[in-house]
Design a protein around this ligand. Structure first.
Ligand SMILES: CC(=O)SCCNC(=O)CCNC(=O)[C@H](O)C(C)(C)COP(=O)(O)OP(=O)(O)OC[C@H]1O[C@@H](n2cnc3c(N)ncnc32)[C@H](O)[C@@H]1OP(=O)(O)O
Length: 221
């Protein structure tokens, strides 16, 4: 068993606590959370040990690594970089039901939830987060910090840029070459053309949202 903490004691944190405990490889000791209101709380039977300022002191407590299952890609990446910087591990979590012919590198902070299927020759960058029931075809690349929501379908040979966010049930068809960095694909969208970096697309077929409406807030839930 590897002793770990979970950063973020919100709904994702509690769900991941359940997954990690059921997995049998993780001794989940506590949460860390930067919300002052959470300090001293007990969440899902585990203590909130402190804020992320505690990270440098975790080794003294015998903790070896941290998970940060946080939907905001930039925040998740920043936190996991801090975890590494203090010499802790950023383990992967791949649910036992996942069928994958393409593995992320060990300790690359990649999380893949139940029912996902990944074909061979898919590159999975560090800090990628993949929700339930996602399908990814061959020769596709997910760059660092990509988030694929529940039920996303990504075709073959597609480059998904850093921190791109694909909303629940969206599809990117095989003829698309690129979904740009920091772009957002709305829930249910069907992407038929390349998505430029930094924009939000919605609908069937997917078209850009006017910039004023696109907040890129990544409220992933
Ligand atoms: C465990 C999991 O995986 S959970 C799932 C994770 N979360 C998601 O999938 C959420 C994905 N987010 C979305 O789809 C969002 O609606 C976004 C990011 C596309 C847009 O969000 P915002 O920028 O806040 O846009 P807002 O809600 O103000 O809507 C702007 C316009 O776009 C339309 N719109 C928003 N989302 C969509 C969508 N998915 N499809 C079609 N139209 C949409 C709205 O109806 C609105 O149109 P109007 O101006 O004619 O009224």
């Amino acid at each position: 068993m590897t002793a770990v903490v979970i950063i973020g004691a919100g709904s994702y944190g509690v769900v991941y606590k359940e997954y990690l405990q059921a997995d049998g490889h993780w001794d989940v000791r506590a949460f860390l959370d930067d919300d002052p209101a959470m300090q001293g709380a007990t969440v899902g039977g585990l203590p909130v040990l402190g804020t992320t300022e505690e990270l440098p002191r975790l080794r003294e407590r015998g903790i070896e690594g941290a998970f940060a299952p946080i939907g905001n890609n930039a925040v998740r990446m920043r936190l996991l970089e801090r975890v590494r910087a203090v010499g802790l591990r950023t383990p992967n979590f791949v649910h036992a039901s996942v069928i994958t012919a393409s593995q992320p590198r060990p300790d690359s902070g990649v999380y893949i939830l139940a029912g996902t299927v990944i074909m061979p020759l898919v590159q999975i960058g560090e800090f990628v987060m993949i929700s339930m029931g996602v399908k990814i075809a061959h020769h596709t690349t997910l760059e660092r910090g990509v988030f694929l929501s529940t039920g996303v379908n990504v075709g073959a040979g597609i480059h998904v840029g850093e921190r791109a966010f694909l909303g629940i049930g969206s599809t990117v068809v095989t003829k698309v070459r690129s979904v740009g960095a920091d772009s957002m694909v709305g829930a249910g969208a069907v992407v038929l053309k390349d998505v430029p970096a930094g924009i939000t697309v919605v609908g069937v077929p997917a078209r850009p949202l006017p910039r004023a409406a696109a907040k890129l807030s990544q409220e992933a839930g």
